[in-house]
Design a protein around this ligand. Structure first.
Ligand code: SF4
Ligand code: SF4
Length: 401
């Protein structure tokens, strides 16, 4: 099962330790250098793993900062998968790893009933007993999934097509962002294709130690994407974590699949829109803005880890009448489902506290970020409305902010 990633380039400089938000927030985690490359040497000798491995949030700040290019977070995720295979998984972690499957099972139940069933105090007490913190900001189900809404839509019939990978969060909890993306792509001259066969990118499975399940999802997705890639379609996603999974994680985790199907990197949807709307936006910047809309932007760790800049922020800053502060306050703490877990909720809130303060101090009327769970965490920590950049783009181009 295990691919071998070498810890040998580590020079023990401890830069990653300084940048690790979890190591800063708690003494329960031994930190990236110890748990990553240092312990990997013991693991290669078959010696016992440290249990604090479970506290790595897979946020990738260690990878971003390491001057030697050591794949610290991947070493941790591989080791966690082995630890879980040896010791077993909790039911809580199974639920959090398989959100897409759970949503499919529950799809015939009306959303208000599902939300009442999931979010009422009695259920929250039961979930708390299972290990999901009673205050964790669990998102509510949308009345219809993005895919259901898209099937009902009539697109303009452009000859140019584009493949959009929605990711689970947009599909199940935030379809409006997917619909705004379809609107933007239609406006830019593309019809949008979302193949039914595409499934969860597998990141929640990796983070919770379900390695074989992540492999199965990756195989299915890469097979489908290879078909569209070979047909010459651009493929994009609006979710930074899905993009990171396809761009950098899958080649490290599953080189067998990359060998079989080739790379299928998903391009950043915000970068695509920045190019697509270049003419429209540069024309509109000559007009004097009437209203000034004050926003604050948070860059998700999984976006920064890709090293492609901040196209979502660039896009927002091209909108006249929109003033955007860049929060630049590190990790929000949630890391997918990490901050939902009972033993990690307080750590996640501590990690996010710097960002929450920066967002509040900004005086902005809404916070913007590409990542769905970052938005959930910011809303939970600040009470502010949160948006995806494409929500702002649509609002601006349709009506002005
Ligand atoms: S992935 Fe994040 S939490 Fe895990 S070791 Fe790296 S910086 Fe720390
Ligand atoms: S993993 Fe990288 S950043 Fe961390 S101690 Fe080793 S060389 Fe330094």
């Amino acid at each position: 099962m295990r691919v071998h990633l070498s810890p040998d380039k580590c020079i023990a400089c401890t830069t990653c330790v300084v940048q690790c938000p979890v190591a800063e927030a708690t003494t329960k985690f031994l930190g990236p250098r110890m748990i990553g490359p240092a312990y990997e040497r013991f693991r290669l000798l078959g010696l016992t793993e440290d249990s604090s491995l479970q506290y790595c949030a897979n946020c990738k700040n260690c990878d971003i900062s390491c001057p030697q290019g050591v794949p610290v977070s991947s070493l941790n995720m591989l080791a966690r998968a082995e630890q879980c295979a040896r010791l077993g998984h909790s039911f809580r972690d199974w639920i959090l790893a398989h959100g897409e499957l759970m949503a499919t099972w529950l799809r015939h139940i009306p959303a208000p009933l599902k939300n009442f069933g999931m979010l009422n105090p009695l259920t929250r007490t039961a979930l708390d007993a299972l290990g999901i913190h009673r205050q964790a900001p669990l998102p509510a189900f949308a009345p219809h999934t993005f895919r259901e809404s898209l099937r009902r839509m009539t697109q303009p019939g452009h000859s140019r097509k584009i493949l959009f990978f929605p990711g689970c969060y947009i599909d199940v909890y935030n379809p409006q962002t997917g619909l705004d993306m379809v609107w933007a792509l239609n406006s830019a001259g593309y019809d949008v294709i979302v193949p039914d066969e595409l499934v969860c990118c597998g990141l929640p499975m990796v983070a919770n130690g379900f390695w074989n399940h992540a492999h199965a999802n990756a195989e299915r997705n890469l097979q489908v994407l290879a078909r569209w890639r070979n047909a010459g379609l651009p493929c994009i996603t609006a979710c930074p974590s899905c993009a990171l999974m396809f761009r950098s994680d899958l080649p490290e985790y599953f080189p067998d699949l990359i060998k079989k199907y080739g790379m299928s990197p998903l391009n950043d949807a915000q970068e695509f829109l920045l190019d697509a709307f270049e003419d429209t936006l540069s024309a509109s910047t000559t007009d004097q803005p009437v209203n000034v809309c004050h926003l604050v932007y948070h860059a998700p760790c999984h976006l920064r880890a890709q090293g492609n800049g901040l196209p979502g922020l660039d896009l927002l800053r091209r909108l006249p009448g929109v003033y955007v502060d860049y929060a630049d306050a590190g990790c929000c703490g949630i890391s997918g489902s990490y901050g939902f877990k009972k033993e990690k909720y307080d750590i996640a809130q501590t990690v996010g506290s710097r960002l929450f303060a920066r967002v509040r101090e900004s005086g902005a009327t809404a916070a913007v970020s590409e990542c769905g769970t970052c938005r959930v965490q910011i809303r939970h920590g600040t009470g502010l409305t949160t948006l995806h950049p494409v929500n702002v783009l649509r609002k601006f181009l349709d009506t002005g902010c």
